[in-house]
Design a protein around this ligand. Structure first.
Ligand code: 5GP
Length: 193
């Protein structure tokens, strides 16, 4: 998506550790018009998939996932991090995710009240790197007996390989911008054609 690529080139910051910082328009301050255009683009790619739910992971995926869910007129559901408290009597699907930014492994949970067999789910996230967050969410969809109708990502870092492995496994992944190379020394970013 040209508009997103241009914005990444203008305002994105390449940090050490393969991190692209997009805090000025996506992850901290949010450009709502851009988000709305991105969601429409995602809707157009998956509008024929009979989607019943949009699923993301806390916290930075929530804004884009909510906007996408609005286009489909379906609920937006987000997996919560580290919130297992059996005393609360929650009936939960649980999965483990290795954090890209911290390297630690954490639990994500979704209430069984909100995801069930028969659901057709679009998984949405802000970034795709090694694919661990997506694999955690896919695992939760499978536990529910629901179906992954597609995966939509704002920014994929293609050279980290998570997206291409999942595509080889048969998942349909649409990324609005795919970074093929980025250099923390020069700040240069190159996108996949
Ligand atoms: P993965 O699990 O695919 O390795 O990483 C995806 C998750 O890590 C996303 O949910 C996102 O929160 C975070 N992430 C991965 N790479 C980046 C990045 O370059 N910038 C930011 N801001 N977050 C990232």
């Amino acid at each position: 998506m040209k508009k997103l690529e241009e914005r990444i080139l203008k305002d994105g910051k390449v940090l050490l550790g393969d991190v692209l910082k997009v805090d000025s328009f996506l992850n901290h301050q949010i450009d709502v018009q851009l988000l709305s255009d991105m969601a429409e683009e995602i809707y157009n790619k998956f509008s024929d998939r009979s989607v019943t739910k949009v699923l993301t992971i806390e916290a930075s995926g929530i804004s884009i996932a909510c906007t996408v869910a609005g286009c489909f007129s379906v609920p937006c559901l987000f997996a919560k991090k580290n919130k297992i408290n059996k005393n609360l009597g929650d009936n939960l699907y649980c999965s483990q995710v290795k954090s890209f930014t911290h390297g630690t492994v954490y639990n994500v949970v979704v209430s069984k009240d909100f995801l069930a067999s028969g659901d057709r789910v679009i998984i949405v996230d802000d970034f795709l790197a090694n694919g661990n967050a997506l694999r955690g969410l896919i695992n939760i969809v499978k536990q529910a007996g629901a179906e992954v109708a597609g995966i939509a990502i704002a920014i994929e870092k293609g050279y980290q390989g998570g997206g291409d492995s999942l595509r080889k496994e048969g998942y349909t992944i649409e990324s609005l911008a795919i970074v093929e190379e980025m250099n923390p020394d020069t700040g240069e970013i190159r996108f996949r054609d």
